[in-house]
Write a protein that binds this ligand. Structure first.
Ligand code: FUL
Length: 483
């Protein structure tokens, strides 16, 4: 009897111990999850796009492919001026149109004469790609390439030989210009073009012609760190528009197997992602600071205002997408003064808005945390450490976080980040503020993902509450900031 008693007690202790330690083990990842390159890419948040080619000198947006190389003649070309201003604007990288649809190559490609080689630029000895890559390295920016699959100059376009040509060029770009962080595959294809003098319409089958899988493997082989962008990933997806916003909700997930670059009617899907997507392919928002992608003098007065750029930031980075902001150099080969002014004032606006994080000195508590273990305590969301997070027990899919400032503070923005190494989990949340001795609803949101910045009407309040109301798995939140 005594023995039995002992057995009961020790079994009880064991069960209790097992229960506690079970809850203190980390939540299981909710698949799919980002790979290490996607995680690092996500942290870049915003970077520049540079559209520069013969179009800069002809005033066109889509060169036909019959432009003379002799028109490419920037008089004051200075990639350092681009990189310096891009860096000062808080952008982290630069992607250059090494070849746009007109087929003109900004580097000394071995495979065509339609390039800087035959232009007056540096007496035909210049290499814009090299100059830009070097300037990026000098200013601590990552460098990425855009190589248009559609080529309106090439006589071979639409034949199998063109694919070899395209891949040879891709190899040149991936081999000779240092580390490439992103490769941008455009889905556009308008059909008609010069095509070596044929001047005709050439249709290709977007699904099969480019044999993307084998092009992707060249990138994987030569630049394993590089992320590939297209309508269909494989690493980053288009956001479905060129006006500067990703949807709400924004899932970092999608089913890529049914997609291909240029597939019609997929804009909405790409804009929101797919809650049940089987691949982690987050959105990138590409938008131009001017109406066009290329510089046109007539658009000098149409540069987006700092306020518009701020709105774009909120609807891209603020919704968990990365922002690729196009700033096209002019005929001198310089970023235009108006664009630089807009960039600077936008940066000032961002710095001013997000300078004082009121959550830093606040107290955080939660109505529930995983296994009652400190490792998953609410304080993790305000410790400034992206590797710690607040999480609940597996069966708790709705929970509340409270951020207490200790005294009334005027607030306008709440920033939330999920610990996405464990997948994207949150489906819906509410933000309440403490007012007149009660909680009042201030905002509602859907997905969070890598980052969500919610604007609320400016209010003075001593504390806020974030109620996560729906999740695919227990919440895992790494960061909360309040401004
Ligand atoms: C589009 C292109 O057709 C535009 O010219 C521009 O390069 C934009 C970023 O992508 O598909």
């Amino acid at each position: 009897m005594r023995k039995l008693h002992h057995l009961f007690i020790s079994t009880g202790i064991l069960v209790l111990f097992a229960a506690c330690s079970k809850e203190a083990v980390p939540p299981q990842a909710l698949l799919p999850v980002p790979n290490e390159h996607q995680l690092a890419w996500q942290e870049l948040e915003q970077y520049a796009f540079i559209h520069f080619t013969t179009n800069t000198f002809t005033g066109k947006e889509w060169g036909y492919g019959d432009e003379q190389a002799s028109i490419f003649n920037p008089t004051n070309f200075d990639a350092g001026q681009w990189a310096k201003n891009i860096k000062e604007a808080g952008l982290k990288a630069l992607i250059l149109t090494c070849k746009h649809h007109d087929g003109f190559c900004l580097w000394q490609s071995k495979y065509t004469e339609h390039s800087v080689k035959n232009s007056p630029f540096m007496d035909g000895k210049g290499d814009v790609v090299k100059a830009v890559a070097d300037a990026c390295h000098k200013y601590g920016l990552k460098f990425g390439i855009y190589l248009s699959p559609w080529d309106r100059n090439s006589a071979q376009y639409a034949t199998p030989e063109y694919i070899t040509y395209y891949r040879n060029q891709l190899r040149e770009l991936l081999s000779n210009y240092g580390e490439i962080f992103e490769v941008w595959f455009d889905g556009a294809n308008g059909g008609d073009g010069f095509y070596g003098g044929a001047r005709e319409t050439r249709k290709i089958d977007n699904r099969t012609y480019y044999d993307w899988a084998n092009t992707h493997s060249i990138v994987r082989e030569l630049a394993p760190q590089a992320l590939m962008f297209s309508d269909a990933g494989p690493d980053i997806r288009w956001c479905g528009n060129e006006s500067g916003f990703v949807g709400q909700p924004n899932w970092h997930l999608i089913n890529a197997d049914t997609l291909y670059p240029g597939k019609p009617h997929i804009e909405r899907l790409l804009n929101h992602g797919d809650e049940n997507g089987r691949s982690w392919i987050p959105a990138e928002v590409d938008v131009s600071i001017r109406p066009g992608w290329f510089y046109h003098e007539s658009e000098d007065s149409k540069v987006k205002t700092p306020e518009t750029l701020f709105k774009i930031y909120m609807e891209s980075v603020g919704r968990g997408a990365n922002l690729l902001l196009n700033i096209p150099p002019d005929q001198r080969g310089l970023l235009h003064e108006n664009d630089i002014r807009a960039l600077r004032e936008w940066k000032t606006l961002l710095d001013k808005t997000f300078s004082l994080n009121l959550a830093e000195k606040a107290k955080a508590k939660a109505n529930s945390y995983r296994g009652k273990s400190k490792i998953y305590a609410a304080s993790n969301v305000i410790d400034g450490n992206k590797d710690t997070y607040w999480a609940t027990d597996d069966n708790i899919l709705a929970a509340e976080l409270e951020i207490d400032f200790g005294k009334p503070q005027k607030i306008n923005y709440v920033l939330i980040q999920e610990y996405i190494k464990l997948g994207q989990r949150i489906k819906a949340f509410n933000i309440d503020v403490w007012k007149d001795d009660d909680w009042t609803s201030a905002a509602k949101g859907s997905t969070v993902g890598y980052k969500r910045i919610v604007e609320i009407s400016p209010v003075e309040t001593p504390k806020i509450r974030i109620r996560f109301t729906e999740a695919k798995a227990c919440p895992a939140i790494s960061n909360v900031e309040v401004y």
